[in-house]
Design a protein around this ligand. Sequence first.
Ligand code: GAR
Length: 194
Amino acid sequence: MTKKRVAILISGRGSNMRALIEAAKDKNYPAEIVLVISNVAGAGGLEFARQHGIKTEVIEHKKFPSREIFDNAMNVALKKANAEIVALAGFMRLLSPRFVESWRRRMINIHPSLLPAYKGLHTHKRAIEAGEKFHGCTVHFVTPELDDGPTILQAKVPVLPGDTEDALASRVLEQEHKIYPEALRLVAEGKAKI
Ligand code: GAR
């Protein structure tokens, strides 16, 4: 089996990155993680990736004069690693339309809501405040609009009486760690339906 070469982009703790790295250890998994890029130098996830023998690169957006030039630098790193799929895992930067187009149908993202509901930040707090009965997470193909694009997989969790933002977030995160590896598998196998 030829495995698809996957790069993961992170900005922080990288627990979803970790779930993908763990899944990819299975010899029957159709993807291998070849590179982790962080736009933040101290991102927690970098150490885990290094410990697992995965090449890491820090490309700090603040060192670049524009979004486009930052995105170009990421593209250089992605090309050098021969990446075929890009997985955003808590990567908290908007990407330029040109970059997104160049990875069309080959770039995926995980977002902590049942999209199209609650795009953007503080999704758990907003779902609780709105009195939602259900919340969840979505893996989707990336399009130029924020947290948009065709859904690959979703998982739903109940919002419980008295739920705090943290309690709901951890219930959702548990599901994120399940659906992200599964969604990447579908994409790598060319089985994700649009
Ligand atoms: C995750 O909950 C992910 O869904 C969210 O950031 C968190 C990153 O955690 N992403 C977004 O909000 C993207 N719009 P992680 O670094 O532990 O994977």
